[in-house]
Design a binder for this molecule. Structure first.
Ligand code: ATP
Ligand code: MG
Length: 433
C-alpha cells in the first residue's frame, strides 16, 4: 500500500530517518487518507526524543514537550511530531499520571483509542497495522484497541470520540465496544465541559448529525445534555430536525462557527419547545445557560440565545417590519435568523414558504442597496449634533435619538440631518411621558 503524503510530512519523516530515527505518519491522518478523505492535520510519531526533534528543524514550537510533542512549523502550517510513548496509569478517567517514552512503535500504537486510529505509515515500511485497523476501515467498524472496558476506564472521553467518529464516518460501533460504552455513561461526568463541547460540535457538523440520538440510546445524553433527552427519545420527530442540520454545514459560504450557532440554536430551541417551554424569554435564558455550561464563547452564546428568542417571530415581506426586525435583533442576528427560519424544521411547524422567503430576501437586498439606517449608528444625527443644536446632555437626549430612529425605521426618507434636527426641536420626551 502506498499513501500520498504532503511534501512537508515527507520531508519531516525523511529528515528524521537520515538522522537515524524511525518516523511515521500516524493516527487520524493515515485513517483519513485510506478513506480518501482530506485529513484536518498531519501527525508524525518518532523514536527521536523532543530535543532531538527540535535540533533537526529550523522552526519548532514546544507544544507539549513533557508529553513528547513538538510542532514543526513551515510558514503558517504546523505538523505535530510526537515521541513514541506509553500512557502511564490513569488518575481521573482522563489524564495519565505520567507519560513514558518508549523505543517501540508497537507500544505507541497500543495506547491509541481505536483500531482505525492506530495505524502508522511511511514510504519505507509501508502500512504498520497491528490491530486490524485496515480491515475495520473496510467493514466500517469502530473498535477499541485492546479491552474496551479498560480503555474507556482509562479515558472516558473516548466514549464520545467513538460516537463522534461513527457520525463522521458513518461507521457502526463494534458490539463489545458498544456494550462497554453503555456500562460507563456516567464516567463522562468526570470529563471537562470543553472537551465534551468539542466532541459534540464535531458530531453536529458531521455527515450524520442524526446520530446524536445514539447519545440517548447509550445513556450519555442524561449526563452531557439532559435538556435534550426528552426530544432525543422521539426519533421520528428529532431525526428530520437533526438531519436538517446538514443544510447549515453543507452551504460552503458559511464558516464553521456560524454553522455551529445555527446547529445549537436549532437543537436546543427544538428540545426546549418540545419540553413545553413556550415563553421566548425563558428559552433564550435556557439556551444561554446550557451553552455557558458547555463553555462556549460569548458571541456563540449570545447569537444562539437570540435565535431561540426570535424563533417564533414570523418572516414577512414588508419593508417596514423588516427594518424593525433588523433593529431589534441587530443585523448580525437578523441575517442568521433568516437562514434559521428558512431551513429549520421545528416540532409541529412547517418551514417558511419559499416564495415568502424570496420576497423577504429581495426586500433585505433592496434595503441594503443604498445607505440605510436600522440602528442609532446609521442615524443622520447623533448626540453631539443635538447638543450643538441646544439640547441638554442626559437621559432625555437618548430618548430623543430613539424617537428619531423609530421615525426613520418607518420613513427612511427622513434620515437627513437638517430634517431630523427640525423634527427633534418638536420632541420633548418629558412632556410626552
Ligand atoms: P480528527 O479528525 O478529529 O483530528 P483524529 O483521529 O486525528 O481525528 P486527534 O484528536 O487529532 O484525532 O488525535 C490524533 C490521534 O491520537 C488519534 O488518531 C489517536 O490515534 C490518538 N488519540 C487522540 N485522542 C486519543 C484518546 N483520547 N485516547 C487514545 N488515543 C487518542
Ligand atoms: Mg487529528
Amino acid at each position: 500500500m502506498r499513501i500520498d503524503l504532503p511534501e512537508k510530512v515527507e520531508y519531516i519523516i525523511e529528515t528524521l530517518h537520515k538522522a537515524g530515527y524511525e518516523a511515521y505518519a500516524v493516527g487520524g491522518c493515515v485513517r483519513d487518507r485510506m478513506l480518501g478523505r482530506e485529513p484536518k492535520d498531519w501527525d508524525v510519531t518518532t523514536l527521536a526524543d523532543p530535543y532531538q526533534v527540535k535540533a533537526l528543524f529550523r522552526r519548532t514550537v514546544d507544544t507539549g514537550i513533557k508529553h513528547g510533542t513538538v510542532t514543526v512549523m513551515f510558514g503558517e502550517t504546523g505538523y505535530e511530531v510526537t515521541t513514541y510513548r506509553l500512557d502511564g496509569e490513569y488518575e481521573d478517567l482522563r489524564h495519565p499520571k505520567e507519560v513514558t517514552f518508549t523505543k517501540s512503535l508497537q507500544e505507541d500504537l497500543k495506547r491509541r483509542d481505536f483500531t482505525i486510529n492506530a495505524m502508522a505509515y511511511n514510504h519505507k515500511d509501508g502500512l504498520v497495522d497491528l490491530f486490524g485497523g485496515e480491515e475495520d476501515l473496510k467493514k466500517g467498524i469502530i473498535r477499541c484497541v485492546g479491552n474496551p472496558g479498560e480503555r474507556f476506564d482509562e479515558d472516558a472521553l473516548r466514549i464520545l470520540r467513538a460516537l463522534r467518529f461513527s457520525a463522521q464516518l458513518g461507521f457502526s460501533i463494534e458490539p463489545a465496544t458498544e456494550a462497554a460504552i453503555r456500562e460507563r455513561s456516567t464516567h463522562l461526568e468526570k470529563i471537562s465541559a470543553e472537551r465534551i463541547r468539542d466532541e459534540l460540535n464535531k458530531l453536529l457538523l458531521s455527515a450524520m448529525p442524526e446520530r446524536l440520538t445514539t447519545l440517548e440510546d447509550c445513556g450519555i445524553a442524561e449526563v452531557v445534555l439532559p435538556e435534550a433527552v426528552a426530544l432525543l427519545r422521539q426519533k421520528e420527530l428529532v431525526n428530520p430536525i437533526l438531519h436538517g442540520l446538514l443544510d447549515y454545514t453543507k452551504c460552503e459560504e458559511k464558516d464553521e462557527r456560524t454553522a455551529l450557532v445555527l446547529c445549537w440554536a436549532t437543537l436546543l430551541n427544538a428540545a426546549l419547545l418540545f419540553s413545553g417551554m413556550d415563553e421566548n424569554e425563558n428559552r433564550k435564558k435556557a439556551v444561554r445557560r446550557i451553552l455557558q455550561r458547555l463553555k462556549f464563547d460569548n458571541d456563540t452564546i449570545q447569537k444562539a440565545a437570540a435565535l431561540a428568542e426570535f424563533s417564533t417571530e414570523p418572516v414577512v415581506a414588508d419593508a417596514y417590519t423588516i427594518r424593525k426586525q433588523m433593529h431589534r435583533m441587530s443585523e448580525a442576528v437578523f441575517d442568521l435568523w433568516l437562514v434559521f427560519q428558512s431551513r429549520t424544521r421545528l416540532p409541529g411547524r412547517e418551514p417558511v414558504a419559499r416564495m415568502l422567503l424570496e420576497q423577504a430576501v429581495a426586500i433585505v437586498d433592496e434595503i441594503r442597496s443604498a445607505p440605510y439606517c436600522v440602528s442609532l449608528k446609521g442615524l443622520a444625527v447623533n448626540g453631539a449634533d443635538l447638543i450643538a443644536a441646544g439640547r441638554r446632555p442626559g437621559v432625555e437626549l437618548g430618548e430623543v435619538l430613539n424617537q428619531l430612529l423609530e421615525l426613520v425605521l418607518e420613513r427612511p426618507e427622513l434620515n437627513k440631518k437638517e430634517l431630523l434636527l427640525e423634527i427633534a426641536e418638536k420632541i420633548n420626551p418629558q412632556k410626552q411621558e
